[in-house]
Design a protein around this ligand. Structure first.
Ligand code: SF4
Length: 405
């Protein structure tokens, strides 16, 4: 479930986010949004019920954003109750909330835990004040440590942090410092992403039915300046350093950008990479039926609210008013060949790699032979194959060769 509100916008961010007055204060659109989200939840669940698809309780629920920790704990509890009511939530399910570390952003962690949240994903990004400022972040390094301690006190059993490398001005020393401080604080899971400075407008993703919002002029100028401070070779060195340091603290890589203590791997993200079915709600959210259909909601909040709250804000609805309808968006159908190629590409992101039956498919085998020949892929027990460390650094090239076949 996507919660598209943040206190302010970070200039590198491509997520569907509305900030400032939309996010809090008297002009906030959060209450309208929650009413619309509840309506979408019902419509999607109705559609699944009507299709006769056998369903089992959810194994993971993810509140992502945006900054879902801006929501009052009572709203999070209501949302999770609604999900439980319509889908069921398995005992012991992973229930994640994303949070920003600042004192006015991390929200009521104890209240979230009481509502059923079991996992916190914290947008730390860096433990260097100068890098945080350069990235346009609102929090200070100390806020991250305070949030981790508060989450532990609240009884949240699994804590993940997002960190960024290839940040302009970053050095091996500042990156090592960021990782060591977080690891010493005892986090269970680290997602390390290279700072990507894409252009969703140029990629055609920001039209009325697109899943991205147009890039603001200020963010575009920031990205142009930041690109000049990036360096592929330095990024590769920082990735290798992270892999070595995280392993030393007992966090094993299990996906290209993710390391975890055993048992703390993200069930939610593993479902994506293992090509399992997932439902998705909110603007810009993508869902997959696990077989052949992928769909997404358009990014724009106005269209989302207009479809799901056709009679206006909650409370204004007349008994005979127009009924909520599914929001605008798009879908694509996957044929068997595309499904197979995707399965290989997603599986190769994982440390578990892919099995012999997937590796032997014609679209995959030639690319893997090439990758093996260049030391980018390695054979494992049981005929499985996965990317080597060098292969992870050059994964785009390997995956593109599979995709092009
Ligand atoms: S806090 Fe996260 S979601 Fe919000 S604008 Fe910054 S990067 Fe994007």
């Amino acid at each position: 479930m996507h919660v598209p509100f943040c206190v302010s916008l970070c200039p590198y961010c491509d997520f569907v986010v509305y900030a400032g007055r939309s996010a809090r204060g008297p002009g906030s659109r959060v209450d309208d949004y929650l009413a619309a989200l509840a309506a979408e939840l019902d419509l999607r669940a109705d559609a699944l019920d009507a299709s006769g698809t056998a369903r089992r309780p959810l194994r993971s629920v993810y509140l992502g954003g945006g900054t879902p920790s801006l929501l009052p704990a009572a709203d999070v509890a209501r949302l999770l109750d609604h999900v439980r009511d319509r889908h069921g939530i398995e005992d012991g399910a992973e229930v994640t909330i994303e949070a920003n570390p600042g004192p006015d952003e991390r929200g009521d962690l104890a209240g979230f835990a009481a509502a059923g949240v079991t996992r916190l994903s914290l947008g730390a990004q860096s433990m260097e004040a100068s890098e945080l400022r350069r990235l346009g972040r609102r929090h200070a390094p100390g806020d991250v440590l305070a949030a981790v301690a508060e989450a532990r006190r609240a009884g949240i059993g699994s804590i993940s942090v997002d960190v960024l490398y290839d940040v302009p001005g970053q050095t091996e020393a500042t990156w090592r410092h960021t990782l060591e401080v977080l690891l010493d604080a005892g986090v269970d899971h680290v997602s390390a992403y290279a700072l990507t400075l894409d252009d969703p407008d140029a990629e055609g993703l920001t039209g009325p039915l697109g899943d991205h919002l147009p890039t603001r002029p200020g963010a575009r100028a920031w990205r142009e300046r930041a690109r000049a401070g990036q360096d592929d070779d330095r990024a590769a060195d920082l990735y290798a350093l992270a892999d070595e340091l995280l392993a030393r603290y007992g966090l094993r890589w299990y996906e290209l950008s993710n390391w975890a203590q055993p048992g703390h791997e993200s069930r939610h993200n593993l479902a994506y990479w293992r090509h399992e079915p997932y439902e998705a709600l909110g603007p810009g959210a993508h869902a997959f039926d696990g077989r052949s259909r992928r769909r997404w909601n358009a990014a724009r909040l106005d269209g989302y609210l207009a479809a799901l709250l056709p009679a206006g804000p909650p409370g204004a609805a007349a008994a005979s008013g127009p009924l909520p309808r599914l929001p605008p968006g798009g879908e694509e159908r996957l044929d068997a060949e595309t499904f197979a190629v995707e399965e290989a590409m997603l599986g190769l992101r994982l440390a578990e790699g892919i099995g012999p039956e997937i590796a032997a498919r014609p679209a995959v085998a030639a690319a893997l032979d090439w990758a093996r020949g260049h030391g980018l892929a390695e054979d494992r027990d049981g005929g499985r194959i996965r990317l080597s460390l060098r292969g992870r650094l050059l994964s785009n090239e390997v995956l593109a060769r599979i995709a092009r076949h």
